[in-house]
Design a binder for this molecule. Structure first.
Ligand SMILES: NC(=O)c1ccc[n+]([C@@H]2O[C@H](COP(=O)([O-])OP(=O)(O)OC[C@H]3O[C@@H](n4cnc5c(N)ncnc54)[C@H](OP(=O)(O)O)[C@@H]3O)[C@@H](O)[C@H]2O)c1
Length: 297
């Protein structure tokens, strides 16, 4: 344990903790994707700033960081290693495989068994670890989930898990049917799909996974590349003397106990604002007003 990175008690973070299989993580995590350059390509403009955000996240008690070898590519994993290696025992890194990057910044699919094996080894190498805590199989494409069997790819990941290279499995950008198909092959500890105040297509899936004790990890919790904007959100935020981002995160934590947060930021000020803001308590009236966003988006 590197004491300079010793986390604060988890209870200081809003939402408390959650068990991803045998791993305990803070429900308030950190999404590292946007630490890479513009459109998740190349190095960040502020290298030292990126390292500072990662170190601050751990200082604040965050024990769950979401990443991928495809971010940069390689850039985000290397930043995590530079900032935090040797990692505190309590810190758990969640990565994803199933897509690479092309020179235009596209995200070509790479889900053949040999692609997945290569990606697992690349993540192990760049992160500087011997076992990946959680690996999500990324499905669909940049437009969202696409139907179709994941069996061949997920079975290949299950083999890598049996070989001891991966501790737990998950799926990302997946349809309900693909989640169920994955669960018929091997246990999953999380589903990482797009979900936020304005995009609630996965409502039923969130509830089903909650009953099963499986985490639902929304990506783009703040709207991603298009920050959430709505009159109702602004009204509720103003009433609570909070920022819209704080309300959006607090809503997710209150939405269901199995939701884990991985908001991204390249700013320590935003990181701290988000940690505090996610602890807002939303009243039934606030929730009713916020419900109008999801219904009419
Ligand atoms: N599985 C997948 O296919 C997939 C896809 C996309 C993302 N992800 C994961 O999900 C994570 C979260 O997604 P994301 O980072 O793209 O989107 P996000 O968390 O919805 O939003 C991040 C954006 O919000 C801004 N922001 C954060 N806090 C703010 C604040 N307090 N005030 C104003 N602006 C604020 C950030 O800008 P600043 O840097 O200026 O703060 C950044 O531009 C990613 O890091 C990644 O790990 C997964």
């Amino acid at each position: 344990m590197n004491t300079s990175h010793a986390p604060l008690a988890e209870k200081t973070l809003p939402g408390g903790s959650w068990s991803l299989g045998d791993l305990t993580v803070s429900r308030f995590g950190y999404g590292a994707m946007q630490l890479a350059g513009p459109w998740v390509m190349g190095p960040p403009a502020d290298h030292a700033g990126a390292l500072a955000v990662l170190r601050d996240a751990v200082e604040l008690g965050i024990t769950h960081i979401d990443t991928s070898e495809a971010y940069g590519p390689h850039v985000t994993n290397r930043l995590i290693r530079e900032a935090l290696h040797p990692y505190p025992e309590s810190l758990h890194l969640v990565t994803k495989v199933g897509a690479t990057r092309d020179a235009q910044g596209g995200w070509p699919t790479a889900r053949e068994p040999e692609d997945l094996r290569r990606a697992v080894h690349e993540n192990l190498d760049t992160l500087g670890i011997e076992v990946l805590d959680v690996v999500n199989l990324r499905l669909g494409d940049a437009e969202g989930p696409r139907p179709g069997s994941l069996a061949a790819a997920f079975e290949a990941l299950a083999v890598l898990q049996q070989e001891g290279l991966v501790r737990h499995l998950g799926v990302s950008n997946a349809t309900d049917e693909q989640v169920a198909e994955a669960q018929s092959i091997a246990p999953i500890v999380c589903v990482q799909n797009m979900y936020n105040l304005a995009h609630r297509h996965d409502d039923a899936l969130v509830d089903r996974l909650a009953e099963q004790g499986v985490a639902y990890v929304p990506f783009f919790p703040l709207g991603g590349f298009s920050p959430l904007q709505s009159a109702a959100l602004s009204t509720v935020a103003a009433r609570l003397d909070a920022t819209p981002m704080s309300v959006a995160l607090a809503w997710l934590l209150q939405r269901s106990h199995n939701i884990l947060l991985i908001p991204g930021t390249s700013s320590t000020a935003h990181l701290r604002e988000n940690v505090v803001g996610a602890g807002l308590s939303l009243s039934p009236d606030d929730l009713r007003e916020l419900d109008t966003i999801g219904r009419h988006a």
